[in-house]
Each structure stands twice: as C-alpha cells, then as structure tokens.
Write a protein of this length. Sequence first.
Length: 137
Amino acid sequence: MVIGIAVMAANALAGGWGGIAWYQRRPSVTFWYLLRTAQVTVAIQAALGFALLADGREPAEGLHIVYGLLPLAVAFFAEATRAGVAQRELGDLDVHSLAEERQHALAMEIVRRETGIMAASALVIVALALRAYLLAV
C-alpha cells in the first residue's frame, strides 16, 4: 500500500507541476526531476508486484494486476511519444539557417510539447494507481 500511495503522490505532484508549466508556457527543470522520481516509484511498484506474484501471492481482484502493469506501459508509451516530438517539429528543417530568436522559439515549443505529454502521462498513472488502490481495499 505504501508504494502505491507513493506512486499516486509522486505522479500527482509531477503531473500537476508539469501541467502548470505547460499551461504557463514556462520550462521547468524541477518538473523533470519530479517526473523521473515518479517514474522510479512506478518501476519499484511493478518490481514489487512481480516479486509478490513470484512468491505466490495473488490479489483478490484479477484486475489489480492489470492496473498495476498499465502505469509502466503508460510511462514507456509516453517516453516513446516524447522522443519523437523534436523530430516531428523539426522535420527536414535546417535549424542553423533560422534566426537565433526563431531557433529559441522552436526549442521552447519542443520543450512545452514534451512537458505536456509527460505531465499528462503522470496524471493518467495517478488515475490507474488510484483504481488499483481502490480494488485492493
């Protein structure tokens, strides 16, 4: 239960912080630290779940396993999506031929989109973790 609550809290903090940064169009280094911490809690939760299953402990509700694994899948999917943001934004554009202010604006837009994707994924993980928690109690 403790790690499940940590998953919810860490992802809620990261998702909220990132959502505010995205909305205000303000890059946030803190967001990325919060996000990586939240992702570590998801990985720990998944590893603990696998360890409990390997030990022969089955949850009372079968869906608990699905809701336990989905946050890991969401995190991987979001990272894959985020990785393609710059490529989609830049395409075949020769960045060095752009004026410096345009380069800066383009970089800021890429960071904003990446922040939005990752903040949304953290909030989805909160919802999934909350659902898993409610199945367990």
